[in-house]
Ligand binder design. Structure first.
Ligand SMILES: NCc1[nH]cc(CCC(=O)O)c1CC(=O)O
Length: 303
């Protein structure tokens, strides 16, 4: 019997769901059994805000296990990956992206624009707080953390009037029907790489590198490259008040970016385009434009 491929995953329902999808896809292109192995990360053990736990809190334990040969493949939510590459590891597949947008789930079923003054909206992400506050509606952002189920439970328990979540997470958990409103990226830009997965293996594992390459989606990879180049050039991470979203059509990348103060008093938005092959420079150019317009002092205010 062929050696099993050990696919490492965090234990959250969302992580297991997305790892399961990748495991199924991998089974269809490789002649080996694929088994899921749970890896506990510091981000799962603590309920402190992610910005205090540090960049890569969900990721490093999986990467360590991969580098140590305890697992052969790791599946990450791409938006949780630090922008710096990991030595000895390769992102061998970026599968087709799920819906990249944020969604609002409100207890009343009312959309964002119709929520009553003072409505309590659960989100701890500086990016979401900044953009929601910048809309000028009278909302109170309430920091929450925890997995998707926990966040939704706070809504049902009456602690919150609404929560903002990634559509992709709800979708992967089979709960997208609970979304009240998909937030228009022209109002709330998703986090760079939101809705995309990164499938990583050891660079030296030629068999897996080539099997995983067949699961790669070139458009998603280009969009994510543009978005993450923007983030990296702003010297910001996944907890910064930075939104970035690229779409790909007819060989061109269209990237939108936003930086805002967390209180929403100031925000800057720009967009740019370029060729697919040049996705990274689209991101870098947009970052330069945002910095020219003063993004630096906005980012500083959130540090
Ligand atoms: N910040 C945690 C996180 N990392 C990835 C997702 C979900 C989906 C994704 O973007 O792949 C979520 C939950 C959320 O933001 O609502």
């Amino acid at each position: 019997m062929a050696r099993p491929v050990r696919l490492g995953t965090r234990g959250s329902k969302l992580a297991v769901a997305q790892s399961g999808t990748v495991a199924d896809a991998l089974r269809s292109v490789i002649d080996r059994p694929v088994e899921l192995i749970e890896v506990v990360t510091p981000g799962d053990r603590s309920s402190a805000p992610v910005r205090r736990l540090g960049v890569g809190v969900f990721v490093s334990a999986l990467r360590d296990a991969l580098a140590a040969g305890e697992i052969d493949v790791a599946v990450h939510s791409y938006k949780d990956l630090p922008t710096a590459p990991a030595e000895g590891l390769t992102i061998a597949a970026v599968p087709p992206r799920a819906d990249a947008r944020d969604v609002l789930v409100s207890a009343s079923g009312l959309p964002l624009a119709e929520l009553p003054a003072g409505a309590r909206v659960g989100t701890g992400a500086p990016r979401r707080m900044a953009q929601l506050n910048a809309l000028g509606a009278d909302l109170t952002c309430v920091p929450i953390r925890g997995n998707v189920d926990t966040r939704l439970r706070k809504l049902t328990a009456g602690e919150l009037d609404a929560v903002v979540l990634a559509a992709a997470g709800l979708q992967r958990l089979g709960r997208i029907a609970e979304a009240t409103e998909f937030l228009d990226p022209d109002l709330v830009l998703p986090a760079p790489a939101q809705g995309a997965l990164a499938v990583e293996c050891r660079t030296t594992d030629a068999e897996l590198v080539s099997a995983l390459a067949t699961l790669d989606d070139a458009s998603t990879r280009a969009a994510v490259r543009a978005e993450r180049a923007l983030l990296a050039a702003l010297e910001a991470g996944c907890s910064a008040p930075v939104g970035g979203y690229a779409t790909v059509a007819d060989g061109a990348v269209f990237l939108r970016g936003a930086v805002a103060t967390v209180d929403g008093s100031t925000s800057i938005r720009r967009s740019g385009t370029g060729t697919l092959a040049d996705a990274e420079s689209v991101g870098r150019r947009l970052a330069a434009e945002l910095l020219d317009a003063g993004a630096d002092s906005l980012l500083e205010s959130a540090r």
